[in-house]
Write a protein that binds this ligand. Sequence first.
Ligand SMILES: [Zn+2]
Length: 255
Amino acid sequence: MKEAMRRLRNYGIFVSMLAVALLGSYQYLSGYTTVSNNVNGKEMPICSVETKEKKVALTFESAWGDEDIARILEILKKQEVRATFFLTGEWVEKYPEGVKAIRDAGHDIGNHSESHRSMGSLNEEEQKEEIMSVHRKVEELTGVRMDLFRLPYDNYDDAVIRNLQSCGYYPIQWSVDSFDWKDYGADSIQEVVLSHERLDNGAIILLHSGTKYTADALEALITGIKEKGYQIVPVSELIYREEYHLDVTGRQIKD
Ligand SMILES: [Zn+2]
C-alpha cells in the first residue's frame, strides 16, 4: 500500500513537472489544443507546412490596384484552383466588388493589415487596430471572419506574433517568393517559382495582384505546378490549426 502511494505521488510530481515544462513553451488556446509558434525562444510565422501530400498554396497580396483582379479570378476559375487573397483595409474599401468576387469564387480571404505598415514599428494598440479594422470591414461586407494574416514587409517580432494570436489570427508568410512585384516579366515569375528549391510539399507561394505581369504569368505558372504533380489548395486547407510546432524555417510540423 505504502509503495503504491509513493508511486502515485511520484507520478503526480512527474505530471506537474511536465505541465510546467509544456506551459513554458506552449500557448494554450483552449483546454485541449496546443499550438506553438515558438522556435528557440523566438515567435515565428508559418511559412510552409510539413505534409506527405503533394499540395501547395498560391497566395496573393492585394494592396495596390484592381485592374488585374478580374483576369486573375478568371484564370483561377478556368484552372479550377482556389487560392488565398490577403487584402489590406484600404483595398477592401476601394474595391468592395473585388472582395465580393473573391469570396463568391470560393477563395480564402485573409488579412493583410489596414494600411500595410510595418507591424514591428507600431505599439500594441496600433497593431491591434491594424489587424481588427480590416477584420471588421471584411466581416461587414462579406460575412467572412478572417483568421489568416500576412505580415506586411515580412516585418514582425515576438509581440506582433502574440498580438495576432490574441486576435484569433494565424500569421502566414511564404516559402517561395515569385518576386512578381519586381516587374521582371511573366517568364521570370514562372521560372523563379517552378525552379525554386523550396517548391515542395506544403510550400506557400507569394504572388501579388496589381502588378504588371502576375496575371500574364498565372496560367502557365499553374500548369507548371500541376505538371510537377502538385495539387493547389487554399492556405486554410493546408495549415494545421492545432497541435503543431514550427522549425527554424517556419515550417509547420504536426505534433
Ligand atoms: Zn504586402
